[in-house]
Design a protein around this ligand. Structure first.
Ligand code: C5P
Length: 220
C-alpha cells in the first residue's frame, strides 16, 4: 500500500505509548516503540556489567546486540540476544539507567539507523513513537505530531500506571527528572515546523486516540 508513517513524540506520562499503539491498531499499521530500544541497550549493559559511564562501551553495545520486537500493537515482545526482556525493560532501575544510553550520541546514531531500517522493512506503513521521531528519525513522515499533557496530568497518569505506590517525590523524580535529562539531547516539548500538537490534559484515552487519528487524516 501507500506509504503512511505516523511519527509521535512526547514526554513521559503523556500517554503516547498506549495512544500510539491504539492508533496503529485502528489504522492497521505496524508499531515501533523506540524507547524500548534505548531500554534494551540499558538492560544489556546492566545485565552484562558494562559500565554505563563508559561511552565507548555503551556505543559498542548498541552496535552489536541483537534486538527483536514484534511490532504488532497487540503482541508486544522484546528480545535482546534471544532473551525475552519485555517485562525487565520496564523496571524502575532501567528507567533510571536509560538516560546514559539516550545521551550517548554514538548509541543514538546507531539506534536511529536501526529504526529507519525497521520503518523501511515494514513498507513504511507504521506508527513510530519516541522523542526524536518527528525531527531526526522520520522528518519525512506523512503525519508528525507531539503528544503532550500538563505536568499535573502526566504525574497523575504515571502514578496510576505504577499502581499508586509511589510518593509524589518518587513520581517527580521518575517523570520530570528523566524528561529533563532527555531534553539535553532531544527536543520533544516544542513541535518543529509542520508538526501538530495534541494536548491530552483534558482528554480521556478514546478522545486522545480520536484526536490523533484526526491529525493523521488531515495530514494525508
Ligand atoms: O518512552 P520510554 O519511556 O520507554 O523511553 C525510555 C527512554 O529512552 C527515554 O527516557 C529517553 O531517554 C530514551 N528515548 C530517546 N529517544 C527516543 C525514545 C526514547 O532518547 N526516540
Amino acid at each position: 500500500g501507500r506509504s503512511l508513517v505516523v511519527a509521535v513524540d512526547g514526554p513521559s506520562g503523556s500517554g503516547k505509548s498506549s495512544v500510539s499503539k491504539e492508533v496503529a491498531r485502528r489504522l492497521g499499521l505496524a508499531f515501533l516503540d523506540t524507547g524500548a530500544m534505548y531500554r534494551s541497550v540499558a538492560w544489556h549493559c546492566l545485565n552484562g556489567r558494562i559500565n554505563l559511564a563508559n561511552a565507548a562501551a555503551v556505543e559498542a553495545a548498541a552496535r552489536t546486540i541483537n534486538m527483536e520486537q514484534t511490532m504488532v500493537p497487540d503482541a508486544e515482545l522484546f528480545k535482546v540476544n534471544g532473551i525475552n526482556v519485555t517485562d525487565a525493560i520496564r523496571e524502575p532501575k532501567i528507567s533510571e539507567a536509560v538516560s546514559a544510553v539516550a545521551t550517548n550520541l554514538g548509541a543514538r546514531a546507531e539506534l536511529v539507523r536501526r529504526q529507519r531500517e525497521l520503518i523501511d522493512a515494514h513498507g513504511r506503513r507504521i506508527v513510530v513513537e519516541g522523542r526524536d521521531i518527528t525531527t531526526v528519525v522520520a522528518p519525512d513522515a506523512e503525519a508528525r505530531l507531539i503528544l503532550t499533557a500538563s505536568e499535573e496530568a502526566r504525574l497523575r497518569r504515571r502514578g496510576l500506571q505504577l499502581g499508586g505506590t509511589q510518593t509524589a517525590e518518587q513520581l517527580a523524580e521518575q517523570v520530570l527528572a528523566r524528561d529533563a535529562k532527555d531534553s539535553t539531547v532531544v527536543e520533544f516539548h516544542q513541535a518543529a515546523d509542520g508538526v501538530y500538537t495534541v494536548d491530552s490534559s483534558d482528554l480521556d484515552f478514546a478522545q486522545t486516540v480520536d484526536a490523533v487519528i484526526a491529525v493523521v487524516r488531515q495530514a494525508v
